[in-house]
Design a protein around this ligand. Sequence first.
Ligand code: UD1
Ligand code: CA
Length: 483
Amino acid sequence: MSANRPAAVVVLAAGEGTRMKSATPKVLHEISGRSLVGHVVAASRELDPEHLVVVVGHAREQVAAHLGEIDAEVRTAVQEQQKGTGHAVRMGLEQLGSSGIDGTVVVVCGDTPLLTGDTLARLARTHAADGNACTVLTAEVPDSTGYGRIVRDRDSGAVTAIVEHKDATDAQRAIREINSGVFAFDGRLLADALGKVRTDNSQGEEYLTDVLGILREAGHRVGAAVAADHREILGINNRVQLAEARRLLNVRLLERAMLGGVTVVDPASTFIDVTVTFDQDAVVHPGTQLLGTTHLGEGCEVGPNSRLADTVVGAGARVDNTVAERAEVGEGATVGPYTYLRPGTRLGPKAKAGAYVEMKNAVVGEGTKVPHLSYVGDATIGEYTNIGAASVFVNYDGESKHHTTIGSHCRTGSDNMFVAPVTVGDGAYTAAGSVITKDVPPGSLAVARGQQRNIEGWVARKRPGSAAAQAASAVTEQADGES
Ligand code: UD1
Ligand code: CA
């Protein structure tokens, strides 16, 4: 256990986020595969706090349900009315006991998804090393409009107060060092100081930032840690900021992947979720989205223009212009272009799902090929089998789904319908254009189509004088001349 392990992290997420103009609560909007509050909870978890409390208010059932899904250990505290950040922290602390809690309490906002666990850990270390009652994470920003300004003593440089934009003088508004909204506190002193916070400010709210002055006046040490990169503390208030945060986070994730040995041909058109993993020498081509728990194996190539969700791509596989969800692509397999792999598709090593092929709940053995224009649904196919072009696994009778089993080393003809439930044995062949409704024994040839009948001279009789008739008679006369 780390010496800097906080007793609690309190995440503030009660606000409505009106400027998002959305039916979805602000903190539930997603970037890179996680909700905004999900990112904050994940970064907070890196501190390994004893307690993690999220203060909810607006749409609290929805937010609390989401939190329960992403992190079973999170506790929620309810702030009925949004009476300010100080009031919100007070509600959070009440979850942990009425007189606060021994040890360090870290406070973060639920709408700062770019904040890293590293930065939080650095704040906690500074807080402990300097023996502070309160340490605020600050940042120098190009435009400090709207933020609380950090007021420092002219001589000592010590932080003396945080003044909210709306309450600031012109001279204070010129300050570019701002309050990120992230703090480390001594738990007992915080609870005590929150009881003294007043509401005589321009917003009539209990400001958390006032705790700083209260602690200082009582003779306690107040300090600051300056964030290395101000973009990390970007708070999301509208969808322009949401897009900017997504872009910045995506760049961070792609850089990490590239430094780990992944080739990303065009970072600007490649989007990955935080949960995506890679092996060395994977290559991602332009226009590709990798989502959820997708994993790219060593030396595989994905894209261009592909969207893979919760899909595992084996080493050396090639996936081109493909949409895949909950699928597995074996080592050295090839997929695409224009291929749709739906949940439950498992392609074995060196298997192929070629152009305009859709698969669902299909297990395809090693070296088996489905090269062209086919639908394979609810099927098991053995090894080294070839499925002819334009085949359909007819899995649905209008009421329920049925399974088709095809053995190993089979050669099925083009334009086959496998009407499930049906089985084709190992080494069997089927004729082109067959509708397979009965099981085919191993090693047999199944022919299931109408017999061909040629009615000679039909065109000359029924379409006299037509181009077809002339073409036919030219061939007939030539043949007569030769004989
Ligand atoms: C706050 C800080 C400001 C800082 C800025 C950083 C105060 C008084 N001001 O301002 O110094 O520069 O963050 O982004 O602390 N919340 C609640 N309950 C409330 C009020 C807010 O849970 O009653 C939550 C919000 O959901 C949000 C966070 O606290 O996640 C910050 O609230 P917000 O209103 O966005 O604060 P700012 O005005 O931006
Ligand atoms: Ca506010």
